[in-house]
Design a protein around this ligand. Structure first.
Ligand code: ADP
Length: 139
């Protein structure tokens, strides 16, 4: 995978609250090209695996329950400096600390239910993209 790509999920809270369209608009208006896109749902086992890095954290059980409770949108995005620029666009993990104009400022409701995921490194972007999309689905 090229390093000008990142992986995102619109999380179950934002999907349930009807924000898919507005969040995708913020993403494309932010200069990101959508190269893969699907509506899907994580099983408990999927969510445990996706967030395995957090398995020792006190919020892991809550995070797994939340991320598997309803549909999500998974997408791969392309832009120069994609990982870092997308982290800027989504804002701080805790919406109380998220900057104006960020997706989490607009749509997150709590530190756990924070509307969107964005990969934190090129390496993780590639791993997370492969978790959700077959090679033939990555355009
Ligand atoms: P980010 O998604 O901003 O990279 P982390 O990698 O630290 O944040 O955490 C992964 C996800 O775990 C967060 O997006 C959020 O949904 C959840 N999370 C993080 N910290 C907490 C917390 N203190 N309480 C509940 N959920 C949390």
């Amino acid at each position: 995978m090229a390093t000008n790509r990142t992986f995102t999920m619109i999380k179950p809270d934002a999907v349930a609250n009807g924000h898919i369209g507005n969040i995708l608009a913020m993403i494309t208006n932010g200069g990101f090209k959508i190269v893969s896109l699907k509506l899907t749902q994580l099983t408990v086992a999927d969510a445990q695996a996706f967030y395995a890095v957090h398995s020792a954290r006190p919020f892991y059980g809550e995070l797994v329950e939340f991320m598997s409770r309803g549909p999500i949108v998974a997408a791969i995005l392309e832009k120069e400096n994609a990982v870092e620029d997308f982290r800027t666009l989504i804002g701080a993990t805790n919406p109380a600390e998220a900057a104006e104009g960020t997706i989490r400022k607009a749509y997150a409701t709590s530190i756990g239910e924070n509307a969107v995921h964005g990969s934190d490194s090129d390496e993780n972007a590639a791993i997370e993209s492969a978790f959700h999309f077959a090679g033939r689905e990555q355009f």
